[in-house]
Design a protein around this ligand. Sequence first.
Ligand code: GLC
Ligand code: MG
Length: 533
Amino acid sequence: MSRVTLNDPSPAPWWRDAVVYQVYVRSFADSDGDGLGDLPGITSRLPYLRDLGVDALWITPFYPSPQHDAGYDVADYVDVDPRFGRLADADALLEKAHALGLKVVVDLVPNHTSDEHEWFQKALAAGPGSPERERFIFRKGKGRGGKQPPNNWNSVFGGIAWERLDDGDWYLHIFDRTQPDLNWRNPEVRAMFEDVLRFWLDRGVDGFRVDVAHGLFKDRKLRDEKVHGTTEGPSSRHVSSLLETDTKDEPMWDQPEVHEVYRDWRRILDGYDGDRMAVAEAWTQTPARTAAYVRPDELQQAFNFAWLLAKWNAADMADCIRRTFATLEPVGANPTWVLSNHDVVRHATRYGGGPVGVARARAATLAMLALPGSSYLYQGEELGLESVDVPEGLRQDPAWFRTGVEWRDHCRVPMPWKGTKAPFGFGGRKQPWLPMPAEWAALTVEAQTGKRGSTLELYRKALKVRRTFATTAPREVEILDRAKTVLAFRRGPVTVVLNAGNRPVSLPKGNVLVNSGRLVDGKLPPNTAVWIR
Ligand code: GLC
Ligand code: MG
């Protein structure tokens, strides 16, 4: 038996046990029928999110951008890309969301700008040695004529992390060539982002999801990485790093200075009413390193990618739960849980795909939703969507162009809302920016609404029942000793059992509150989870 507890700040801020739904702007709802989702599209679907039963939405970047990395290449942090709407549409979205009782978290991309950002354009024009170039990371190259890059770093998206200009300077881009890294040692950069935070806080956003939160500072000397890895992408790099026991030398990530920035930001957030928050996307090498981002005077949350990386294995899941609490306890932070997002293979597919993968995904989600803390859902998982095989010629991920390996388009295909033919009510007649599989006709919101046993109805029910205990049940989990292939834990009045084995298992006595699949003769079949009270 193992028990883990957490500090319990009271009164509880809204985010403590919030279920946050990630809206991938391009693919959620397209109001003007141009094939791309947009802000008015999101606003029109807010009642859907309220009825689904989530507490908040996190919206991926909708700022002006040449869209070389689906908006994570920001050309202007304080406006809306005309493809997605206008500032007034952002205001309208916030207003409607708040009227429906939903909080809104927006994405903040501080590690890099777009190469079309005014600052980078000025830096290009101003030339080597100029103060304009001090806002980014420009260096001379090595070797004769400076023809070699300044160091051995690789881009997360493949290839080297440096680009050379005609004037001889190189600039650093940890991601795409069109995403120059900012120099966070320059006070102008810090000041600019403080203004950006205030701009959106003043407009009423409830929080920020901080993109690449562990990346802002690089080793001061930009020294070579000791073991020079091959070019890797987000999935491979991140997946391997969290599971390895030996940590790698990473002079481009997770430098101590970054925490100063989050202390400043925390003061800004705390200066506003309404428990404004920030959640870090920090693919650090160990959960303990991530816990440093949620110390009491830093950010409120960080994504718990260890949960997303846990295999379909009861012991691994139990271990992850224990470790999550153990690493957060010293800093007194509340956990988060996430199974899918716009950068990884959808969990139904990760767990094997097909009916078994979907059953496992439903079970894992149900187990997750009983845990204390905040859960992040990714649009479409409530429909049991799987990652899609996007034809090569239609892929758009910069990582695909840099490596020839498909990493992320598969999980970014637009939402099927209704009807029998693509684009399934996503937008107008125009086909969306990524094609939608014909089989999704059976998975639309319309098709699943009111349908017994549908994944959508499971999510609705689980989220509804969750409200009856999530905020009041003790903030501790007792992991129960069961068969090796069974994850079982008690949280206050609720016992959760998940069967990751291949034979039905018996259940403790009590009322079944929610089950992710049908019980057979009172037993819990494989790939199924249940809440019992
Ligand atoms: C984060 C985002 C990802 C983006 C990258 C660069 O990992 O989630 O989509 O490509 O940062 O901004
Ligand atoms: Mg549109």
